[in-house]
Design a binder for this molecule. Structure first.
Ligand code: XLS
Ligand code: CA
Ligand code: CA
Length: 440
């Protein structure tokens, strides 16, 4: 049965005027030795694409995400979402999806009943995985929406809530493994605080680390070989979230000995909420060996909250792909944690959103590769530090020097030679020249 009355989306090239065609994403095209589809393992987020129906703080749903089922019949609606999701992914050539446990089937009854409902829909999804080869990129447990997690999950003051969070994590790991997932995410939406007057920060962080450690132990014993990810976010819904940004999350992972099993899942919109650029968060992750996966979206600097828009900003995507290519690619993928705007409320708009996002990252890849192949930027950065290749510089790098020796060297040298220009404007103009040159 065809739910979306739209043919499969094909690459037609930059001149195409077909709304339902890729202009830049050409899955088989080889860039820097790898196919575009290998550089860009795109994923569909179950929650936004199959769930988010346009509600906001001021208004009701604008989109119909029933996919022909009765929403009050949780099992039937869950199947309709799976049918729609797999048709959607197949038509766009997506090979992965990301999910929270309760995206798959609406929360219901006791934990045992909920687990049974999850098993039933998981059986159905596994059949589809078998037929299509589409798999999970990562799974996660939703530890934010239900009121029981009002005071956090791992950070909750209640051990009973901690245990319930653990049960949901266990089940979500089971599902992720059944779906062939590459990773498992912890996003600490309510792991933070509203006021320090009621919060023992150290106690809460230790407990969050314990929950993560228990998850790793369980999953490894079951044979899970993928990565765990922390997804940093500074705030929203909490005033302050413990996984504030990449640097904070890396410090936390090292502090609690979790850095061997975890990497980071970097979301563009969360980076800007933290007062950083997306690129900054990718660089911090990459240089620490922690760049795992990406939630591809963009925020709106004028609004300043987590708007989860489809990425359209090519300059931003070029910078992101430059970081990804330099890091040798991702072991995870690019999850479109993005939703169409409230007034883009048709099934066609779901496709338009993904075409926009996939083309934006394809352009990002093409142009990042062109910048790397051009070589001027990388040569400049290298030359900036070439004083360290020999002499006193080489001794500083090797660590084979003392403060006294350096002091003696400085005394003998007199005033250092004038510093070299950072040439920012020239570098930015090189980027523009490459960006607006004809497509390679
Ligand atoms: C919310 C987060 C969330 C995670 C998964 O802001 O982006 O959706 O990606 O729990
Ligand atoms: Ca996200
Ligand atoms: Ca977000």
């Amino acid at each position: 049965m065809d739910i979306f009355n739209i043919p499969a989306i094909k690459y037609e090239g930059a001149e195409s005027r077909n709304e339902f065609a890729f202009k830049f994403y050409d899955a088989d095209r080889v860039i820097l030795g790898k196919q575009m589809s290998e550089w860009l393992p795109f994923a569909m987020s179950w929650w936004h694409n199959l769930g988010a129906a346009g509600t906001d703080m001021f208004g009701a749903s604008t989109a119909d995400k029933s996919f022909g089922a009765s929403v009050s019949n949780a099992a039937a609606h869950a199947k309709a979402k799976a049918d729609a999701g797999f048709e959607f992914m197949r038509k766009l050539g997506l090979r992965y999806f990301c999910f929270h446990d309760i995206d798959l089937v609406a929360e219901q009854g006791s934990l045992a009943e909920q687990n049974a409902a999850l098993d039933a829909i998981a059986d159905y999804i596994c059949e589809k995985i078998e037929h299509t080869g589409i798999k999970a990129l990562w799974g996660t447990a939703n530890l934010t929406s239900n009121p029981r997690f009002m005071n956090g999950a791992g950070s909750s003051g209640s051990p009973d809530v901690f245990a319930r969070a653990a049960a949901n994590v266990k089940k979500s790991i089971d599902l992720t493994m059944r779906f062939g997932g590459r990773g498992f995410v912890f996003w600490g939406g309510r792991e933070g605080y509203e006021t320090l007057w009621n919060t023992d920060m150290k106690f809460e962080q230790e407990n969050i680390a314990s929950l993560m450690r228990l998850a790793v132990r369980y999953a490894r014993e079951k044979g899970f070989t993928g990565d765990f990810y922390i997804e940093p976010k500074p705030k929203e819904p909490m005033k302050h979230q413990y996984d504030f940004d990449a640097a904070t999350a890396i410090g936390f992972l090292r502090q609690y000995g979790l850095d061997g099993d975890f990497k980071l899942n970097i979301e563009a919109n969360h980076a800007t909420l933290a007062g950083h650029t997306f690129r900054h968060e990718l660089r911090v992750s990459a240089i620490n060996g922690m760049l795992g996966s990406i939630d591809a979206n963009i925020g709106d600097t004028l609004l300043g909250w987590d708007t989860d828009e489809f990425p359209y900003d090519v300059y931003d995507a070029v910078q992101a792909m430059y970081e990804v290519v330099k890091a040798g690619g991702l072991t995870g993928g690019f999850n479109f944690d993005a939703k169409t705007r409230r007034s883009s409320n048709t099934y066609e708009d779901m496709f338009r959103g993904f075409i926009l996002g996939m083309d934006t990252f394809a352009l990002g890849l093409i142009k990042a590769a062109a910048i790397i192949e051009d070589g001027r930027i990388d040569d400049f950065v290298k030359s900036r530090y070439d004083g360290y290749d020999s002499g006193i510089g080489a001794k500083i790098r090797s660590g084979d020097i003392t403060l006294e020796e350096l002091s003696g060297y400085a005394l003998s040298q007199g005033e250092p030679p004038p510093p070299k220009s950072g040439k920012q404007e020239w570098l930015e103009s090189v980027v523009n020249q490459i960006l607006f040159a004809p497509l390679p």
